[in-house]
Design a protein. Structure first.
Length: 315
């Protein structure tokens, strides 16, 4: 049976995430509840949530067994050339690389662990499922999402208690609602383009122009595809202004740390790519930095690590 090969914390500056919820100075709003029926109806009335592809169902069924059949899982993934290529590339990426480059899905499974590989399969299937108009835009979206996922993993590696692979996986999925909205609403690309040019927060513009937002749609998509509840919850809440002050029962501390790594990665990747940042905003970024206990020197180091990792990933 394959197991996840975890990379130990890389730097001595790592500190445990701080629970900024205790004693927070801001008033605590009532916690967001489960999606209401009204919210779900509104989303399903306007958005076509794609069904779960067969390869994802097969891979998840295998991964959920007490003892997954790695050979069978490798065979399922290898049958899809694109899937196999993505899996092997990730196993050789700076985040997971250990020793000589590997060339087979079977070896990638051993290095990444079954759960990670299934998440990669789901992300690749998602990308395939959401192909359509705005191909050039979508290519840019996935390139940036991959960079944010890598960056989130790099940040998690510096921290105690945050799994780099969980941070990577969460980051891959957290904005899955964006391509769905792009496919559904012809005006969405225009709204996004404005946000990119002005730095207006995308989620605020979505509230202004559309009947739903990408966190809600993304969370419904991953719920429909049978992904784990903590992932669903973190996606749903990642733009809530009070996300760093929610009670543990609403959002578990581990999920909050995943959100924080992504908040920081989004901002830093935006800086590296020379883009205006329209996803996180200054307030959530500042809270993420406090939550993870990062100093300005830590942030500079993370920034450097990310530039290096992105350059290596391009090779
Ligand atoms: Fe988002």
């Amino acid at each position: 049976m394959s197991t996840t090969l975890r990379t130990p914390p890389a730097h001595g500056t790592a500190k445990p995430p701080q629970d900024t919820r205790a004693g927070g100075v801001e008033p605590i709003a009532p916690p967001p509840q489960e999606l209401t029926n009204e919210e779900i109806d509104k989303v399903f009335a306007t958005i076509d949530i794609p069904p779960c592809p067969a390869i994802v169902i097969d891979a998840m069924r295998e991964a959920q067994k007490d003892i997954p059949d790695v050979v069978r899982l490798a065979k399922t993934i290898s049958a899809d050339v694109g899937m196999a290529a993505i899996t092997i590339k990730l196993a050789n990426s700076p985040l997971f690389r250990a020793g000589a480059p590997i060339t087979t899905v079977r070896r990638a499974l051993e290095r990444l662990g079954t759960i990670n590989v299934v998440c990669v399969v789901v992300a690749a299937a998602l990308r395939e499922t959401l192909k359509g108009p705005s191909a050039a835009f979508l290519d840019g979206y996935w390139a940036k999402t991959s960079a944010v996922a890598l960056g989130s993993g790099m940040i998690a590696k510096r921290q105690y208690g945050i799994s780099p692979d969980a941070a990577y996986t969460y980051a891959l999925f957290h904005d899955a609602g964006i391509p769905l909205m792009l496919r559904r609403y012809p005006e969405y690309e225009k709204v996004l383009t404005i946000c990119r040019a002005t730095g207006d927060l995308l989620v605020d513009s979505e509230k202004d122009y559309f009947p739903c937002t990408h966190p809600v749609i993304g969370s419904l998509l991953v719920r429909n595809w049978g992904l784990p509840a903590p992932l669903i919850n973190a996606i749903r809440l990642h733009h809530e202004r009070d996300v760093y002050h929610l009670p543990d029962a609403t959002l578990h501390g581990n999920s909050l740390s995943l959100i924080a790594t992504t908040h920081i990665a989004e901002r830093l990747i935006g800086q590296i790519l020379g883009e205006k940042e329209y996803e996180v905003g200054q307030a959530l970024f500042d809270r993420a930095v406090v939550h993870l206990g990062l100093s300005s020197e830590d942030l500079e180091d993370v920034h450097e690590d990310m530039i290096q990792a992105l350059n290596e990933a391009k090779r």
